[in-house]
Ligand binder design. Structure first.
Ligand SMILES: O=C(O)C1=C[C@@H](OP(=O)(O)O)[C@@H](O)[C@H](O)C1
Ligand SMILES: C=C(OP(=O)(O)O)C(=O)O
Length: 426
């Protein structure tokens, strides 16, 4: 089961390519709502992005021409949809373009935390008109940033820090960023930002809670995007639930994606995991073994993105589980802690919110309409539960288009393949 490119890497490479001084080529990018919003946002700022046809089933490669320099001020409106990477990563890029830029998004996007990015831009000298320190807002940029040091609180999302790190090489004096606040979640995503910067020649100096980004002009680049390991999760979870086997080819030997944690998470649910040059192979325990599976006590601070998929597995496990370190999921596509608790309980399970996560005390018992709150990962979590519990109806499966528009077809193919192979072995 081949999975398309990583959302997080695709959107980072697009930003870096926009800020390079010569054109770049991005091979195997993700094509989904979040990446399309990023492409359109950068185009609105003057970046030229062309598609290069390939024979990949996942769509064309992209050629990105950098932001034009020395242009007259202009106005543009930018739609962030529900994409955290767009609403957080693009405003610092817009600060490097002279003009006035209006940012807005889906209605729930207006509730996602943005204050640290807005405050950081104000501290960098950008004029921002925003009622609530969230979307919608309008910013007036002069086209360059001279301030060289700021302090932010990135405890609500790693994206606040990544946003500044990605644009800082194009600031006149680079930028020294201090973090003040409790622990930053999803640290592998910060490591991913530092690594893609290193790949293009920007070496960020990291000390405790301090990142020093040198002002650096770098050339365009050619990269191939790794498969999305977080979005591989539902397929791996399906094999785990059904006692089936699946191979995800091209699983990187080294990666900064938080989805690499599947290698240690899935064995806790009885799966056997092997990683070699062919990819990542996961074999689920047989049904009988699974029912004796005990729950898990997992701190997902490093990989909160995986929590809805993990919660789906917990909702099918006989004994209680606790997922912690994920308070910030209240600010994701929906309040994921509230949504998971609500839906597990709706299906006859027993779950509750804790201060920094959820505890799932009893498994789900029956199918129902599973509400998805416009959240792609709630939709895939519902699909996983539906493999083991008859009658689960996933509300608005189309919401998977945020990061994996092909999910319904891929899911169906996977199940057909397993059904055929079970028939052949009968
Ligand atoms: O930088 C990124 O690409 C991401 C960072 C993480 O955000 P949080 O730190 O808000 O969890 C992750 O959950 C999100 O899906 C993608
Ligand atoms: C939190 C997520 O997305 P975003 O990039 O919109 O924050 C996610 O994909 O799970």
């Amino acid at each position: 089961m081949r999975t398309p490119g990583s959302k997080s890497l695709t959107n980072r490479y697009l930003i870096l390519a926009a800020l390079a001084h010569s054109p770049s080529v991005i091979h195997a990018p993700l094509h989904s709502r979040d990446s399309a919003l990023m492409v359109e946002a950068l185009r609105a700022l003057g970046v030229r992005i062309e598609e290069i046809e390939t024979d990949s089933p996942f769509g064309p490669d992209l050629r990105v021409f950098p932001l034009p320099r020395e242009i007259e001020p202009f106005h543009a409106s930018i739609d962030c949809g529900l994409a955290g990477t767009v609403m957080r990563f693009v405003p610092p890029v817009a600060a490097l373009v002279p003009g006035t830029f209006s940012f807005d998004g889906d209605s729930h996007a207006r509730q996602r935390p943005l204050q640290p990015v807005i405050q950081a831009l104000r501290d960098l000298g950008v004029d921002i008109d925003s009622q609530q320190n969230s979307l919608p807002f309008e910013m007036k940029s002069r086209g360059s940033i001279e301030v060289s040091e700021i302090t932010i609180d990135a405890s609500g999302s790693s994206q606040f820090l990544s946003a500044l790190l990605l644009s800082a090489p194009a600031f006149e004096q680079g930028l020294t960023i201090h973090h003040r606040g409790s622990a930053i979640p999803s640290m592998p995503h910060v490591e991913m930002t530092l690594e893609v910067l290193r790949e293009v020649g920007v070496n960020v100096q990291v000390e405790e809670n301090r990142w020093v980004v040198p002002s650096t002009s770098y050339a365009g680049f050619e990269v191939t995007v790794e498969p999305d390991l977080s979005n591989s999760g539902p397929f791996l979870a399906a094999a785990t639930v059904l006692g089936a086997e699946i191979l995800i080819p091209d699983w990187p030997a080294h990666t900064t994606q938080g989805g690499d944690h599947w290698k240690t998470i899935l064995p806790l649910f009885g799966a056997k995991v092997e990683h070699d040059s062919t990819g990542l192979k996961v074999r689920g325990a047989t049904q009988a073994e699974k029912f004796h599976q005990s729950g898990v006590d997992l701190n997902l601070a490093e990989s909160g993105e995986l929590a809805p998929t993990v919660a789906a597995l917990c909702a099918l496990t006989r004994s209680p589980s606790v997922l912690s370190g994920i308070a910030h999921l209240r600010g994701h596509e929906t309040d994921r802690l509230a949504a998971l608790v609500e839906e597990v309980n709706r299906l006859g399970g027993h779950a509750q919110e804790t201060e920094d996560g959820v505890s799932i005390e009893q498994p789900v018992t029956h199918g129902e309409l599973f509400h998805t709150y416009d959240d792609h990962r709630m939709a895939t979590a519902a699909a996983i539960i539906g493999l083991a519990v008859p009658g689960v109806v996933v509300e608005n499966i189309g919401t998977v288009a945020k990061t994996l528009p092909d999910f319904p077809l891929m899911w169906e193919n996977m199940i057909n393949q397993w059904t055929e192979s079970a028939r052949d072995h009968a």
